[in-house]
Design a protein around this ligand. Sequence first.
Ligand SMILES: Nc1ncnc2c1ncn2[C@@H]1O[C@H](COP(=O)(O)OP(=O)(O)OP(=O)(O)O)[C@@H](O)[C@H]1O
Length: 417
Amino acid sequence: MSSNDDRDPLFRYDDPIFADERLLEITHLPGPDRIVGRDEQMQRVADALNPAVFGSEPNHLFIFGKTGTGKSLISRSVTQRVITEAERDGVTVKYAFIDCGEQNTEASVVKTIAQIINEPDNSGITVPDRGLGTGDYYKRLWQTIDHCTDVTIVILDEIDMLEDDEILRKLSRAGENRRISDAAIGIVGISNKIDFPDHLSERVKSSLSRDELVFSPYDANQLIEILEKRQDAFHDSVLEDDVIPLTSALAAQEHGDARKAIDILRNAGRLAKKQNDARVTAENVREAKEKTEADRFNELIEGSPQQAKAILYALTVLTQNSSQKEFPTKIIYNQYKELARRLDFDILSERRVQEILQEQNFLNVIQSERTGRGRGRGAHAKHRLLENPSIVEKVLLRDSRLALLDENADTETSSGR
Ligand SMILES: Nc1ncnc2c1ncn2[C@@H]1O[C@H](COP(=O)(O)OP(=O)(O)OP(=O)(O)O)[C@@H](O)[C@H]1O
């Protein structure tokens, strides 16, 4: 054993703040004793999946609710418990958790499910990353499901992001159509858009029978309890007394969002660590809230082209300079044209700007209300930012070209910041 004295001084070997930071990671699946206030929802998910314990087809299920209300957590947690119980009876249940924000085409979802479920050494089936058509990927999927499982549970997170809902029909009909012979499939669809089923194609609507469940936001007390049950992520006495109540109150401001609460707490710990503080304070929490919101917004717009960012910037400027929150496409377009000129961008047509606003509505960056026909469509649609404009501004100005719009840039550079 080497003591810390003879270790490379370039690195740190102790963590004065975190005892186990992984407990605060989004991929961490807390045990049932750390899950707060979701007994009823867990029971409903368990009721839908129950047949899988005996190797039969589960009921399909759609779960709706705002971000951070535990939809993914409860789906994964109950599925895990189904797997454990089924195993005791010699029934093999497997699950594939698909983020449809990342895998949004039919072929990529089919391929990913097959890759997750497959055990190539046992099945002898290969599922190549590329090179097969959608039909062939389906064939591999059916073979894999038959070979490797008795029941496959497919959890489709952000199901509203799917380009095409045909996959729902194929998965739900696979047994009936004898694509698979001795296995069953259950679908759990997750979305924060409650009107998602209205947008399904008629074919899917009529063929996919399902249960539906809504998760409501947490109140500040439930958020406190959720955070208290993760306190062991930190060393004893590191959190000052007001840290958890303040974090919960800040995360409950818009809607009770456990993801935001946990992210703020983790970022507060990281800030304290970076500053070599011995304790996490309310000050760290306030700073962490801003960082958490900026990170989240950044994640949403990361893939957006510069023109889309300029359009968002136009909406931000309008929001900052007005008591109103909602603006018609035309007004945003006029503001955008002025910015585009300053940035030396090609000026897009109003129609194209309208389409981009619709895409940002789809990505949950803005909310578009229709005033004519169709959702968020038409020149008369009104749009509002869903995030605090000063945070949006900061994040947008990180873009190298939009940075030219930063009026404080020169002073900041000359002051060495
Ligand atoms: N009831 C709860 N008890 C304990 N932790 C929770 C609870 N609900 C959510 N969490 C935690 O909050 C975070 C976000 O939860 P989850 O990802 O399940 O939310 P979601 O509703 O699926 O959100 P999104 O729509 O953004 O994906 C996770 O770290 C999860 O462990």
